[in-house]
Design a protein. Structure first.
Length: 258
């Protein structure tokens, strides 16, 4: 076995939404495999705190942070300009930033549902396009989009969220085919309920939690590290023949039968 197939030494990864939850876990996982990371998020204080923690836990690795709202077109360009400044191009892009506002379909204002698309879908598409010339500087590079089981079946997240994630999954397939000749693999992961700050309020309701667990064959909620492991695999040279795929990290939720 060639150990380099399971390493990311010398590679630079950009992770959006990297200051907490799944994004933070992804950063830790990639650093553990030897990559250097650039984390983007809106909260400067949280970014600085996470950077300090990661540098302490991974001495010798480089951890950069950039405060940006990826839903804003100008800030997306500024973020990629920052990557350009490193002069090494980019090896890995993880489109993890996302958001939601759960409501019945008829209760959304147009601005509300459009903002969900801006954060979840348009930002990922635009960042992928902007990153394309940086990713093609290397013979092999990877994009991983953090989708959702909401984009594959109905869950109680609200129609716009599911719609945006379904579109992200389709975007993954299209870019994978279009950019294969450029040496860029494009894949996605689709988590079910993962224990994060964003899900904590819903999962704190014991009745709701029971419903979630009854629909999850493994009988538990997932952890951010379990999503991060799937993301990291899709970035590794070991997955060099995998593109256009969406890996569900869902404890068997999508395979549930009765």
């Amino acid at each position: 076995m060639d150990p380099k197939r399971w390493r990311l030494d010398g590679q630079l990864a950009l992770v959006t939404g990297g200051s907490a939850g799944i994004g933070h876990a992804i950063a830790r996982e990639l650093l553990g495999f030897g990559a250097d990371v650039l984390l983007a998020a809106r909260d400067t204080t949280a970014l600085d705190r996470v950077r300090g923690e990661l540098l302490e836990d991974f001495p010798g690795r480089e951890v950069h942070v950039f405060a940006a709202d990826v839903a804003d077109a100008d800030q997306r360009r500024e973020l990629l300009d920052r990557v350009e400044d490193f002069g090494e191009g980019l090896h890995i892009l993880v489109n993890n930033a996302g958001g939601n506002l759960g409501k019945p379909a008829t209760d959304y204002t147009e601005d509300e549902w459009r903002q969900i698309f801006e954060v979840n879908l348009y930002s990922a598409f635009e960042l992928s396009r902007y990153a394309h010339p940086l990713l093609t500087r290397h013979a092999s590079s990877a994009i991983v989009n953090v989708g959702s089981v909401s984009g594959l079946t109905h869950v109680r997240t609200g129609a716009p969220y599911g719609m945006s994630k379904a579109a992200m999954h389709q975007m993954t397939k299209n870019l994978a085919v279009e950019w294969a000749e450029d040496g860029i693999r494009v894949n996605a992961v689709a988590p079910w309920y993962i224990r994060t700050r964003r899900t904590s309020s819903k999962l704190a309701d014991p009745d709701y939690l029971d419903e979630v667990l009854l629909r999850t064959p493994m009988g538990r909620v997932g952890e951010p590290e379990e999503v991060a492991a799937a993301v990291a695999f899709l970035c590794l040279p070991a997955s060099s023949y995998v593109t256009g795929e969406c890996i569900a990290v869902d404890g068997g939720f999508l395979r549930y039968g009765f």
